[in-house]
Design a protein around this ligand. Structure first.
Ligand SMILES: Cc1cc2nc3c(=O)[nH]c(=O)nc-3n(C[C@H](O)[C@H](O)[C@H](O)COP(=O)(O)OP(=O)(O)OC[C@H]3O[C@@H](n4cnc5c(N)ncnc54)[C@H](O)[C@@H]3O)c2cc1C
Length: 402
């Protein structure tokens, strides 16, 4: 089980490795050095061995496959009552870019009940093949049947890359599929690139957003990634679709421990992720007057109010309004940051905005590095001016991103 190799000819049983092992994972039995299952592969024994008798075994890991057996990109298209989640179009946009740069194809899988029309429409986004599982058991998302059909398709068509939106459904489905297929999964990627050899370079924030980790999955396929809504560019509609829809019949019985008795539509709040204009308030603008001014400005512009995390943590605005790494990712046409310093975790959620206005009294504030227009000043003074400037013009109306 251990990945440490012992060269029995070189080992003189001096015990240096036993003393060096912090996990007590090395023993001598019948004049032989034994590495037990307590080994954590820290490598301390290798460094301690005076004979160079220990080395790390080259392991490609359980379930390693030959990457050459896998080709093309597969996107999981999420639908709910026939409505396709907009993140799926963003996954198609990115999937197309990755597939074309490798000279490969882009396929989609969509599962549901009575979704033939939606499946056919996906071809208008440049998709090469849409695989459809249309079955009453797939009417609503349930982990077991959805995992079953995704896994059976992947095992059949062997995609090199698989992309899934990081929605509630995607976050439930992706790890199940990855575990069953014994492959790697990188969640909440902010950027995806592909190397000439087909390796997917998956970038995502790590250590609270202070480091951007670049992750590869060299020995397992498909290379799986989830991406949050509004992080990637949406695929454009094409006039002349060229692809094909292929109906699939599940090969296994689609069972689930969950039985759906009734479906009641929950009241949904308009998500800031859909907004074209966001006026966001930070700690520097979270007094009552500033909040009222920000709300008035948002109203005049036809936008919504967003917030940095401290404002949400103080219970002033709701978590659904938080922008950033642990909140929502947004891509509005206009983002007005009021009294927000521009911490990496906040910027990660709004830097894709088309135009950023930042108001901050500190001219060194990092938010100015991503701002198109920097206003150095006190929000209490700047916001009334802005509102006055806009005057009676307001109310452009927010457009939905879908
Ligand atoms: C794992 C992790 C996840 C996180 N996720 C998020 C996230 O999703 N979203 C998020 O926002 N943060 C997140 N954070 C917190 C983040 O690190 C920052 O602490 C936070 O973004 C700071 O919010 P802020 O800019 O409002 O406050 P501050 O950093 O305190 O900045 C306030 C700013 O207001 C300015 N200011 C003060 N008074 C005025 C005034 N009168 N007029 C004009 N300017 C003024 C100041 O100059 C300052 O730049 C996360 C942190 C961690 C560790």
């Amino acid at each position: 089980m251990s990945g440490v190799h012992v060269d029995r000819d070189a080992c003189i049983l001096c015990g240096a490795c036993i003393d060096a092992c912090p996990f007590g994972a090395i023993e001598i039995e019948e004049s032989q050095l034994i590495i037990t299952d307590d080994c954590r592969l820290c490598g301390a024994c290798i460094e301690a061995c005076p004979q160079g008798a220990l080395s790390m075994e080259e392991s490609r890991g359980a379930g390693a496959v030959d990457p050459d057996d896998y080709t093309d990109v597969l996107v999981f298209v999420e639908q709910d009552a026939g409505r396709i989640h907009p993140v799926s179009y963003e996954m198609i946009g990115k999937g197309l870019e990755l597939a074309r740069s490798l000279g490969q194809k882009l396929h989609c899988i969509i599962a549901g009940d009575g979704i033939e029309e939606q499946a056919a429409d996906l071809l208008y986004y440049g998709v090469d093949t849409v695989y459809v599982y249309d079955d009453p058991a797939l009417r609503c998302y349930r982990a077991e049947p959805y995992t079953a059909v995704v896994c059976e398709l992947v095992q059949d068509i062997r995609p090199n890359i698989m992309l899934i939106g990081a929605t509630h459904v995607g976050r439930s489905l992706a790890p199940r599929v990855a575990t069953r297929l014994r492959t790697g999964l990188t969640a909440d990627c902010t950027s995806l690139d592909v190397r000439e050899n087909g390796e997917l370079v998956q970038t995502r924030p790590a250590f609270g957003g202070n480091v951007m980790a670049r992750i590869i999955t060299p020995n397992h396929r498909p290379q799986m990634a989830t991406v949050r809504y509004k992080v990637m560019e949406r695929a454009k509609r094409v006039d002349n679709p060229h692809g094909a829809v292929i109906k699939r019949t599940p090969t296994s019985e689609l069972t689930s421990g969950i039985e759906i008795l009734d479906i009641v539509e929950a009241a949904t709040e308009a998500s800031i992720a859909e907004a074209d204009i966001i006026v966001a308030v930070g700690r520097g603008a979270c007094n009552e007057r500033c909040l009222a001014l920000a709300t008035e400005l948002a109203k005049k512009l036809g936008g919504v109010v967003g917030a940095s995390r401290p404002v949400v943590e103080q219970g002033i605005l709701s978590h659904t309004q938080q922008v950033g790494l642990s909140g929502r990712t947004v891509r509005p046409k206009l983002y007005v940051a009021c009294g927000i310093s521009g911490a990496v975790q906040h910027v990660a959620g709004m830097q894709g905005s088309d135009y950023i206005i930042a108001i901050n009294k500190d001219r060194q504030a990092p938010i100015f590095e991503v701002a198109d227009l920097a206003v150095v000043g006190d929000v209490n003074e700047v916001l009334p001016h802005l509102i006055e400037l806009i005057g009676g013009r307001g109310g452009h109306g927010n457009r939905s991103a879908s």
